[in-house]
Write a protein that binds this ligand. Sequence first.
Ligand SMILES: NC(=O)c1ccc[n+]([C@@H]2O[C@H](COP(=O)([O-])OP(=O)(O)OC[C@H]3O[C@@H](n4cnc5c(N)ncnc54)[C@H](O)[C@@H]3O)[C@@H](O)[C@H]2O)c1
Ligand SMILES: [Fe+2]
Length: 379
Amino acid sequence: MWTYFNPVKIEFGAGRFKDLPSLIGGRSYAVVTYPDTPFQALTQKLSETAGKPVLVFDDIAPNPDYRVLDAQTARFRGVAGGPEVIVAIGGGSVIDSAKVFAAANGDFQKVRRYLETKDGAEELSGVPVIAVPTTAGTGSEVTSWATVWDGEGGRKFSLARPNLYPETAVIDPALMLGKPYNLTLATGLDALSHALESIWNINANPMSARYAVTASQIILRDLPSLLSDLGNLDLRSNIAEAALCAGLAFSNTRTAIAHNLSYPITLGWGVPHGIACSFTLPTVLKSVIGTGGFREDCLKEIFGQDLEKAAEDLSAFLKTSGVGISFADYGVPNDSCAAIIDEAFAGERGKNFIGSKESFLKSAALDGILNDNRPQLVP
Ligand SMILES: NC(=O)c1ccc[n+]([C@@H]2O[C@H](COP(=O)([O-])OP(=O)(O)OC[C@H]3O[C@@H](n4cnc5c(N)ncnc54)[C@H](O)[C@@H]3O)[C@@H](O)[C@H]2O)c1
Ligand SMILES: [Fe+2]
């Protein structure tokens, strides 16, 4: 027996940005986006076709953090009645910030209290969000949670509420054409990580697994080609579709051990999320060989029967793309690794993982990812 649920309406295709005015449908709206010029231009274009927004947040920085969110959220109070809908134009940081604004409705302390104590859920709002992802990675356009960082406190939270699923996801691959190599790589790997993490997950079900297999197959097939042809709209569309499928997969399972290993590495060593949550994938893959059942069948459907070789091939792909596969490649010293691994396995996402710490450590030792015999990185 299993249940699959996802309520997000999906509008997909190059040029779909133009459909936003009808999706806003005359409601008063806020725009959430980055400060960079292309995003200012998109906000301008939307204002011309959908009428002026009542509020514009155009200062979203990567990895939404407590301090910034507190000040940004307060701006909601300046709009009588608040905006009726929030339009998020950007990657995970923008969509997650929009979800925080939607839940806080002008008072960040309500969100903070809920994150830290799990009390006060009934006080959180759910202003509708229209998510327009400009990266193909996080899947936040189809999940009901937002990652909230507390850099000062060295903590990461997940704001998860059923009413934070976006109302609509408008996925327009043409908006992704300007992504540079490193961002295309990191976000593509984030999506691969979501797909694989939803398979080696106690919450996997046949439907999440179908989405995950499709997502992984497309990424492994098309991400290398896209990395050498960044302006190719067909490849951008395929990777956007794969990231969406990965989002639909992990929207029902959440992530697992590779993500839990990543958070302290992003917080402590500034490694972008998509890299931090994917450099351990070959080792995690190796560690679940022999666990059997439909999950291992899915991995074989993606990678072929020889999963040992698949893990080696994945490592080789990461290395040739410029991604280090050892903790030392990111400056994480050996003595920090033990604590990171212990905490990752003890945490909520670690408990979603079907494998064991012993098996992970065995694979990690074989792969040499814990000591300093670093592979040569391709510049
Ligand atoms: N809610 C979820 O389910 C979920 C899942 C995974 C990750 N996350 C979170 O999402 C964040 C990462 O999001 P992200 O990887 O999408 O990146 P991001 O939103 O942090 O953006 C990173 C950079 O990419 C630039 N950028 C974005 N789109 C661009 C485009 N089309 N062209 C050129 N530049 C562009 C931005 O200006 C920004 O500087 C992290 O905080 C992570 O923890 C959330
Ligand atoms: Fe992720």
